[in-house]
Design a protein around this ligand. Structure first.
Ligand SMILES: Cc1cc2nc3c(=O)[nH]c(=O)nc-3n(C[C@H](O)[C@H](O)[C@H](O)COP(=O)(O)O)c2cc1C
Length: 388
C-alpha cells in the first residue's frame, strides 16, 4: 500500500534530475509568494481577519501548544488514513474549507473550478461556498466522483434559500453546510482601509445571478444591470434574524446530511443535535468574523458534546502536524483554508494539489514516525501540553 509520505520521496528523486518543487513547501512561503502575486487588496482580503487579528494568530499559536507523544517499534510503516463519513469513504480525513473568493484568485478568474479539479484529482472533498464565480452546478460537475458539499449562507429570503438547497441537491452535492457565523460581516480593518469588499464589486455572485428566485426579485436581469443586482445581493445576503427556531425549517428543507458551521460552544452542539443535524463543523471562520478564543482550544468540549456525531474542524491548520493534532483532539475531519487558497493563487489546480500533497505527506509521516498507524489510534492521550 502506498503511503501519502511517498510524495516526499518523489520530491527528492526529482531533485536528482535537477528539478526543485514548483511551489513553496511551508505556509509562510506560500503566503509570501501569494502576497507578491496578488493584487494588494485581494491579498489582504484573504490574509486579513477581524479586528486586531489576534484570533487568527491565536488559532495558529494554539496548535503550537500541543505536542505529540512519540511511540517506538509499533509497526506503523504503513498507515491507513481513510475515514468513513456520511456514507462515503474518504481517502484521508481532510477537506477543502469553503472560501468565497476563490473564483477571482486564479489567473483565469475560474478559481472555483480549478479547486474543484484538484478535489477531483486528489479525492479530497471540497466544501463549495455560496460565493462562487461559476455556478454551483458547474463546480459540482467538475468534482467528478469526489463528494462535494454545498455551503449555504442563509439569505433573508426563504424562497431563495430553498432554491439554493434544491439546486445543490439536483447538482449532486453530498451534503449541506450551513454557516452560522456570518449573518453580518466581521469588522475587518484591512478591508475597511482599502474600502473594498469583492462581492460588492459584483465578484463571486454567480449562484445568485443564475438563480430563478433571485432573478425574479430584480427589475432587470443581472446581465443588463449588474449594479442593481449587486445591491439586491447586499440586501439579501445575511439574515440577522435567523435563530434556533429556524433550524427546524432548515432541517426540513433537505434529506441530505446537514452540518452547521461555526459551532464552538457545547450548548450549541446540544441544540444542533436536538434539531437533528448530521454533523457539527467547529470553526471560528479563521478569525475573520467574531474575535474569539482559538478554535482548536474549543474543539475538545465540542467533540464531547457531540456524543459521536461527526465533528468537522477548521481554523489555524497550517501543516500536516496540525491535522494530526486536530484529529487527536477529536475532529472527524480537518478543513484546510488559507493554505490551499494560496496554492490556487500560485498554480491553480496544480498549486492546490501540491499543497494537499504536502499536507497529507506530512500528516502521514508524522503519524508513522510517532508510531500511530491509523486514525483510530489518535486520541487525547497522544498529546501533551508544551511550553512555547
Ligand atoms: C478568503 C476567505 C474566504 C472565506 N469564505 C468563506 C465562505 O464563503 N464560507 C464559509 O463558510 N467560510 C468561509 N471562509 C472561512 C473558511 O471556510 C475557514 O473557516 C477558514 O479559512 C479557516 O481558517 P484558516 O484558513 O486560517 O485555517 C473563508 C475564509 C477565507 C480566508
Amino acid at each position: 500500500m502506498a503511503n501519502y509520505a511517498d510524495f516526499q520521496t518523489g520530491l527528492y528523486f526529482a531533485g536528482l534530475a535537477g528539478e526543485v518543487p514548483a511551489y513553496p513547501l511551508t505556509f509562510a512561503g506560500l503566503e509570501t509568494a501569494a502576497r507578491e502575486k496578488l493584487e494588494h487588496r485581494l491579498f489582504d482580503y484573504v490574509a486579513g481577519g477581524a479586528g486586531d487579528e489576534h484570533t487568527q494568530r491565536g488559532n495558529v499559536a494554539a496548535f503550537e501548544r500541543w505536542g505529540i507523544l512519540p511511540r517506538m517499534l509499533s509497526g506503523a510503516a504503513e498507515r491507513d488514513l481513510t475515514v468513513s463519513l456520511f456514507g462515503r469513504t474518504w481517502p484521508a480525513p481532510v477537506f477543502l474549507a469553503p472560501i468565497g473568493v476563490l473564483g477571482v484568485m486564479t489567473d483565469d478568474e475560474r478559481g472555483d473550478l480549478a479547486v474543484a479539479a484538484a478535489s477531483a484529482a486528489s479525492g479530497v472533498p471540497m466544501v463549495v461556498s455560496t460565493l462562487v464565480q461559476d455556478p454551483m452546478e458547474d463546480v459540482a460537475a467538475t468534482l467528478g466522483d469526489t463528494p462535494g458539499f454545498f455551503q449555504l449562507y442563509t439569505p433573508n429570503d426563504r424562497e431563495l434559500a430553498e432554491s439554493f438547497v434544491r439546486r445543490a441537491e439536483a447538482a449532486g452535492f453530498a451534503g449541506i453546510v450551513v454557516t452560522l457565523d456570518t449573518w453580518s460581516l466581521g469588522y475587518r480593518p484591512r478591508d475597511l482601509q482599502h474600502a473594498t469588499f469583492p462581492q460588492l464589486r459584483g465578484y463571486c455572485l454567480a449562484n445568485y445571478f443564475s438563480d430563478p428566485v433571485f432573478r425574479s426579485r430584480l427589475a432587470a436581469p443581472p446581465e443588463e444591470d449588474p449594479g442593481a443586482a449587486t445591491v439586491q445581493w447586499a440586501l439579501t445576503f445575511g439574515n440577522p434574524a435567523l435563530t434556533w427556531d429556524d433550524l427546524m425549517w432548515l432541517r426540513g428543507l433537505t434529506e441530505l446530511p446537514l452540518l452547521l458551521k461555526g459551532i464552538c460552544h457545547p450548548a450549541d452542539v446540544r441544540r444542533a443535535r436536538d434539531a437533528g443535524v448530521d454533523g457539527i463543523y467547529c470553526s471560528n471562520h479563521g478569525g475573520r468574523q467574531a474575535a474569539s478564543a482559538p478554535a482548536v482550544d474549543l474543539l475538545p468540549a465540542v467533540v464531547d458534546a457531540a456524543e459521536g456525531l461527526p465533528v468537522l474542524f477548521d481554523s489555524g491548520v497550517r501543516s500536516g502536524v496540525d491535522v494530526v493534532k486536530a484529529l487527536a483532539l477529536g475532529a472527524t475531519a480537518v478543513g484546510i483554508g488559507r493554505p490551499y487558497a494560496y496554492g490556487a493563487v500560485l498554480g491553480g489546480t496544480a498549486g492546490v494539489e501540491f499543497v494537499l500533497s504536502c499536507l497529507l505527506a506530512e500528516a502521514d509521516l508524522t503519524m508513522g514516525l510517532n508510531g500511530y498507524a491509523s486514525i483510530a489510534e489518535l486520541d487525547r492521550e497522544v498529546l501533551v501540553r508544551v511550553e512555547i
